[in-house]
Design a binder for this molecule. Structure first.
Ligand code: ATP
Ligand code: MG
Length: 502
């Protein structure tokens, strides 16, 4: 099966495929298709062949979109890499995914060169660093400028449904980041199942300010020619600029994480933007306060649960379900089988928590690493490592199995306690972990970030939690800080929180 961009160009050549909001530049489908053809042709001239692994170290920009579709045209597996990773972090991923050519731009060139050098190991005679190609001008020393080469003509690759289209890496929240094999089948099934839940408008315009190495940012770019929609790119999440983009480009849909949605609400009043019909909200738990703000402001929020291994969404709630069932991530998508299981793999009854296990056509066939695959995949599907429950056919995600606190034999989901703390008017944010305790095995401990200008006491927070939570869930230790420690990808660094509170 060929990449859909050329077919799209034959159907609606004059439609707008891409808008770069940073420069207010537009590409029609025909223009983008030709530019992708040239990019693919130049990469072919530089030796990129079907089956190669093409690393992409680019910000959220039009060149990154060209490289993504050029990889599809060439038959190369795309390995999208985060431009904020350090050279050493990149080197690990480059080596693990066996990247054969790395694409950068002027902003990522130095990291790209340092990373391929670090990945090439001891520099022995056969240990030649991976070639680095820049989409910008480059000194012809270590880095080759893509545009300096004339394009070869490329016959669009005929992909088998089960060949690996992409290898994105997980965020590394629970351990080493894992390279995930996503096939053409995974990506197509996800595109179809998503649209069955969200619907599709004739004038669909999707705003992307997420990085393009995460499935949340990558999927709209891959779906653009399938849906015939316009993608608007913004290179970083500046809430004021994003709010202006939403109005200016009549954006109908966007994907946000809780922190960016909250900043967008802070930067706007009333109706966020008249054309906006779907805000996919996922990646991390959304607080009750954030969802209440969305409902008050009539923001069409679709709480979503998903992960790299499932090519994005697994379950999505409609705005109506989000309002009637606080905290839900909704129903699983068509064809996706989501279940709640105990350690032995037996399904848990409705209302009872267990590990979320998922199977279906969007689920990756496995990681690059066979051992990691064997540890997470079994006959029931992928053990997500997330804890959740199901009620009325809807799902809730309450935390990760690794984070569950076991105190005196009772299980406590940290997210539930953190939510209760965040409901206090003087609490801006909170993280809850288990710390070792001689009597209880673990005890519940919380790190609290007070709202600016307030000074909540531990005893006030204790009263607040006691009114809302069973006694064994109430934090025994409360610490205060100016901010929560976070990992490179923005998730709370739970190990650092534990160190602060132990
Ligand atoms: P790693 O797998 O390397 O530890 P990661 O799981 O953070 O990293 P991602 O694939 O980027 O990497 O994130 C998916 C995870 O994000 C899910 O497994 C889940 O824990 C969390 N998540 C996603 N959506 C939600 C949601 N709506 N509510 C709660 N958690 C969510
Ligand atoms: Mg994960």
């Amino acid at each position: 099966m060929r990449g859909p961009l050329a077919d799209r160009a034959a159907v609606t050549p004059d439609a707008t495929a891409l808008i770069d909001a940073n420069r207010d530049e537009r590409w029609s489908v025909a223009d983008l298709d030709s530019a992708v053809g040239r990019t693919a042709g130049r990469l072919a001239t530089l030796g990129v062949r079907p089956g190669d692994r093409l690393g992409s170290l680019l910000p959220t920009c039009p060149a990154a979109v060209r490289v993504i579709h050029a990889a599809v045209r060439l038959g190369a597996t795309l390995v999208p890499l985060g431009p904020r990773l350090t050279p050493d972090e990149l080197a690990v991923r480059i080596a693990r995914a066996d990247v054969t050519t790395l694409v950068c731009d002027a902003t990522t060139e130095a990291e790209a060169v340092a990373a391929v050098d670090a990945a090439s190991g001891d520099g022995g005679a056969n240990d030649v660093p991976v070639p680095v190609v820049s989409v910008d001008d480059a000194d012809a020393g270590r880095v080759t400028a893509l545009d300096a080469h004339s394009p070869e003509s490329v016959v669009p690759h005929d992909w088998a449904l089960d060949s690996t289209l992409l290898v994105p890496f997980t965020s590394g929240t629970t351990g080493r980041p894992k390279g995930v094999r996503l096939t053409l089948r995974n990506v197509l099934a996800s595109a179809v199942a998503s649209v069955f839940r969200l619907g599709l408008r004739r004038d669909e315009t999707w705003h992307v300010a997420l990085p393009l190495h995460h499935v949340g940012g990558l999927t709209p770019v891959l779906r653009m020619p399938l849906y015939g929609m316009t993608v608007v790119l913004r290179d970083s999440f500046d809430a004021g600029a994003v709010a202006a983009d939403l109005e200016r480009y009549d954006v109908t849909a966007t994907s946000l994480v809780p922190t960016t949605l909250s900043r967008l609400l802070d930067a706007t009043d009333g109706d966020v933007s008249p054309a906006l019909r779907a805000v996919l909200l996922g990646g991390a738990p959304a607080t009750g306060t954030l969802l209440d703000r969305c409902i008050e402001r009539s923001v069409p929020v679709f709480p979503t649960y998903g992960m790299t291994e499932t090519a994005s969404q697994i379950a999505t709630a409609t705005p109506g379900e989000a309002a009637s069932h606080p905290g839900t991530v909704g129903r699983s998508l068509f064809w996706t089988d989501l279940s709640v299981r105990d350690d032995g793999g037996t399904e848990r009854p409705p209302g009872e928590t267990g590990e979320l296990v998922v199977s279906g056509p969007t689920v990756s066939p496995g990681y690059l690493d066979a051992e990691a695959t064997a540890a997470a995949f079994d006959d029931d599907g992928l053990r997500t490592g997330d804890v959740g429950y199901r009620e009325d056919g809807l799902f809730w995600v309450v935390g990760r199995t690794d984070d569950l606190i076991v105190t005196g034999g009772e299980n406590v989901a940290p997210a539930e306690v953190a939510d209760a703390l965040r409901d206090h008017p003087d609490v801006a944010d909170a993280a809850v972990v288990g710390v070792p305790d001689a009597e209880w095995g673990e005890r519940v401990a919380a790190l609290v970030v007070p709202r600016a200008g307030t000074d909540p006491t531990a005893s006030a927070l204790d009263d607040h939690c006691r009114a809302r939570l069973a006694g064994y869930k109430v934090p025994r230790t409360i610490g205060f800080g100016d901010e929560l420690p976070r990992t490179a990808s923005g998730t709370v660094d739970r190990a650092a929180v534990r160190d602060r509170l132990s």
